[in-house]
Design a protein around this ligand. Structure first.
Ligand code: TUI
Length: 315
């Protein structure tokens, strides 16, 4: 059994978070992960305040275990959702794609544990100073919105920079990745791509099939020109966006217009041509659809075996 300080801090059994993926991480997925002993997280990104409140209340009916909410700071509804998490007494929130400083005081005063996702050690340090109780250090192998550094270099440097627990994310989909994260100094892991194919994940079956059929080199990053690079599985939409990014006759506004709604089209409509199927480089490790409980138990059994195997080498 692998337990770390993050388990005691949050009252969870396994040191694993499910990423708060926009248009994906709903009450069904989050409650299943929490029921399995991890930290389930509802994405606020695609919801206004009242939609988020409804999703939180649904999750409360589906689990009595702690679950969190991810506040995506680029969301147009961020002021509303930042308030709803306080009113609904959410115990822990993660933040992404920006600085949560403006909201920290209110959240901390309400007793919420704040765990920002960070792409660098400088930002991790800033978050610790502002009162974060832990950080998620997310490397560029991740799906969705990413920073510049990759997990192998990022995690140990963030661990050296802060004294709060560090959760590793990016490129982790199995027990080998979890064991590696612990070796880099992490106290836990956050997984997104592996949970895309969870039985309790309500995304369109086409999305699940794309992840299940992906190999290591099947993702591409677009959006660098717009300042928000996004990793997604290759398809017509991703290739078109990648090409148009270098076309100076196309304005940033036109590019933004093309992007709008693309993740929803993938996750909810399964639009293989015009959707943006965000997923990480570890998609090639994701082999079958499984219940969240099975995913978590399998991953930690493998991590334990890997760690025991490695320690047997040390004489
Ligand atoms: O947020 C994510 N991943 C996401 S959000 C998302 S929704 C979306 N849809 C369309 C276009 C763009 C996004 C899909 N995937 N991950 C967490 C994350 N946070 N990655 C990187 C960061 C980050 C970046 C800069 C965190 C902080 C930061 O700067 C903070 C500062 O202080 O400036």
């Amino acid at each position: 059994m692998i337990r770390t300080k993050i388990c005691d801090l949050l009252g969870i059994e396994y040191p694993i978070f499910q990423g708060g993926m926009a248009w994906v991480a709903d009450a069904s997925l989050a409650s299943a992960v929490s029921n399995a002993g991890g930290l389930g997280i509802i994405a606020a990104m695609n919801s206004n305040g009242e939609q988020l409140r409804a999703e939180i209340r649904k999750a409360k009916q589906m689990t009595d275990k702690p679950f969190g909410v991810n506040i995506m700071l680029m969301s147009p509804y961020v002021d509303e959702t930042a308030q709803v998490v306080i009113e609904e007494k959410i115990p822990v929130i993660t933040t992404g794609a920006g600085s949560p400083v403006k909201y920290m005081e209110g959240w901390l005063a309400a007793g919420i544990k704040v765990i920002p996702v960070v792409p660098s050690s400088a930002i991790a340090k800033r978050m610790e100073k502002c009162g974060a109780c832990a950080v998620v250090a997310e490397g560029g192998e991740s799906g969705g919105h990413i920073g510049e550094l990759n997990t192998m270099a990022l995690v140990p440097q963030v661990c050296d920079a802060v004294s709060i627990p560090v959760i590793a994310a990016g490129g982790i989909a199995d027990g080998r990745g979890v064991a590696a994260a612990f070796m880099l100094g992490a106290a836990g892991v956050q997984l997104g791509t592996r949970f895309l194919v969870a039985k309790e994940c309500t995304i369109h079956q086409n999305y699940k099939e794309k992840v299940l059929n992906a190999k290591d080199s099947d993702t591409i990053v677009t959006g660098r020109r717009l300042g928000h690079p996004v990793r997604q599985l290759k398809n017509e939409f991703a290739r078109t966006m990648a090409a148009k990014e270098h076309d100076i006759t196309i304005s940033d506004e036109e590019l933004e217009k093309m992007l709008a709604g693309s993740l929803r089209r993938a996750a909810r409509e399964g639009d293989l041509k015009n959707g943006s199927f965000m997923a990480g480089q570890c998609a090639g490790l994701v082999k079958k659809e499984q219940a969240c409980k099975e995913i978590i138990e399998e991953i930690f059994a493998e991590a334990e075996a890997v760690l025991k195997g490695v320690s047997a080498w040390v004489k």
